[in-house]
Design a protein around this ligand. Structure first.
Ligand code: NAD
Length: 481
């Protein structure tokens, strides 16, 4: 018997797992709270070993038929999946604003359209993958992208819908079957995704959702020897456990992890443009992996840049993420607020100077003022560690060489931003050791482009062909001439 639906923000959503095309309840549940005001939203199924076992078995049973279809045969299923997401756009917006605190405006104009595109684009792109020939004097090589098998997908709370579809799109389009473990602090939009897959007529077992905590449900899934791939987005410590568990079975992992990305402002930068973009780093309360969080500003323009950015930050609307005018919402969890506060207090105690912010916001206990710290040493905790909150640092430099050394001086290597005269900024950007970097811009993403980090920010690339390289067994069929 399934559990009754939860009513969250006027949306009816199942708290149960979705396994083999059916809702499956659990004898064990956990309480979910909204980051907006810490009100309880309902109890969610906790994935026990029986559930992870059943989900992987269902995905295995569904694999032969789903993988035997051509990409063009799978296309209509995935088109319908994207359409179903579109039909429930409003529900997705309200749910993720309520359980994850993501800005409603961002959900409506960014995340939901992107979630649909994640499914559609990879379904289309899969059509171009089949049988790429390589001809040599000796032989025809038919290079095939065969689906790998059962894929486990694990996503974090800061962007559950976007990141789950980012992985599901290519995994399903390539012919794999999937088990998704949503984040326990924001599990609801992934449950709604299962309703969309069901309404789209995806065959039972092709897409399964097992709710639960990372340490138990997630660990059981990634340690199962029957799986073929793990695609993970989240923190570095979790990635290490996942890589160990999957590595024990030689299961390849794609790991998209945290960042401490530089935001470089050169002497020849458009300071107002840079400062306006800089203020965007506080969006989603700074809980954005790819945000530039370490401002590196040429000493000759630092004073003017700080004054300009201060005026942009002063205009930011901090408040309820369900209000379309809000630009900075809540921090996901009381534990996370304490973590953010701890970082700031320790930095100040170590000699950092607060340029603005530095404390909780009057709007509520889960809200923190956009904060900027300066007079910070390169080897200090605040410069070296990911805060994942609305807290940035600012350091100055005197030369391009110094800017590059500071930019590259952490163990992270996810993204970056570089403002300056375009040719100059592009040259500097090339020397910053990260997986991607934006010149005089921020956040431009194209699904055909590679995405991922280096050093502690990740292993592997997703996006475009890179997603298919990961989710497929690439095979060379050699036919002599
Ligand atoms: P987290 O690592 O705590 O959790 C992520 C997911 O892993 C959750 O679903 C969790 O339940 C699961 N998990 C935890 N332990 C597990 C285990 N032992 N085995 C299997 N699964 C396990 O991360 P978080 O706090 O939810 O997310 C924030 C982090 O994610 C930040 O570091 C942020 O930078 C990163 N992030 C990276 C990207 C990117 O694309 N690079 C995007 C968004 C977030």
């Amino acid at each position: 018997m399934t559990t009754s639906l939860l009513d969250v923000a006027g949306v009816k959503v199942s708290p149960d797992h979705y396994i083999d095309g059916r809702r499956v309840p659990s004898a064990t549940t956990f309480e979910l709270f909204s980051p907006i005001d810490q009100k309880p939203l309902g109890r969610i199924a906790e994935g026990l070993e029986d559930h992870t076992e059943a989900a992987i078995a269902a995905a295995q049973r569904a694999f032969p038929a789903w993988s035997a279809m051509s990409a063009s045969e799978r296309l209509p299923y995935l088109e319908r999946f994207a359409e179903e997401i579109g039909k429930r756009a409003d529900d997705f917006c309200r749910l993720e604003s309520t359980d994850a605190g993501v800005l409603l405006s961002r959900m409506r104009h960014g995340v939901v359209p992107r979630a649909m595109l994640n499914i559609r684009w990879f379904a289309q792109h899969a059509l171009e993958l089949q049988n790429r020939p390589i001809d040599t004097e000796q032989a025809h090589h038919i290079v095939r992208h065969d689906p790998a098998g059962v894929v486990v997908i694990i996503t974090p709370w800061n962007a559950p819908l976007m990141l789950s579809t980012w992985k599901l799109g290519p995994a399903l389009a390539a012919g794999n079957t999937c088990v998704l473990k949503p984040p326990e602090w924001a599990p609801l939009t992934c449950s709604l995704l299962a309703d969309c897959a069901d309404a789209a007529g995806l065959p039972p077992g092709v897409f399964n959702v097992v709710q639960g905590t990372g340490a138990s449900t997630g660990a059981w899934l990634v340690g199962d020897a029957r799986i073929a791939r793990v695609s993970f987005t989240g923190s570095v410590p979790t990635a290490k456990s996942i890589a160990q568990a999957a590595g024990a079975n030689l299961v390849p992992c794609s790991l998209e992890l945290g960042g401490k990305s530089p935001f470089i402002v050169l002497e020849d930068a458009d300071l107002d443009g840079a400062a306006a973009t800089g203020a965007l780093m506080y969006r989603n309360a700074g809980q954005v992996c790819l945000a530039g969080t370490r401002f590196l500003v040429h000493e000759k323009v630092a004073e003017r840049f700080i004054a300009t950015m201060r005026s942009h930050v002063a205009k930011l609307n901090v408040g309820d993420p369900r209000d379309e005018a809000t630009e900075v919402g809540p921090i996901i969890h009381p534990r996370q607020v304490e973590r953010v506060e701890g970082f700031v207090q320790r930095a100040v105690a170590a000699g950092a100077e607060l340029l603005w912010g530095g404390e909780r916001h009057d709007f509520g206990a889960q809200y923190f003022k956009p904060t900027m710290l300066t007079q910070v040493a390169q080897d200090s905790e605040i410069v070296q560690n990911e805060v994942f909150g609305p807290v940035l640092t600012l350091q100055t430099f005197a030369s391009d060489e110094e800017a590059i050394a500071l930019a590259n001086g952490t163990d992270y290597g996810l993204g970056g931003v570089c403002y300056g005269e375009t040719g100059h900024a592009t040259e500097i950007a090339k020397q910053v050791r990260t997986g991607f970097i934006w010149v005089n811009s921020f956040g431009i993403r194209d699904l055909a482009a590679p995405f991922g980090g280096i050093k502690r920010s990740g292993v592997g690339r997703e996006g475009g062909d890179w997603s298919f390289e990961f989710f497929c067994d690439v095979k060379d069929v050699v036919v002599p001439k």
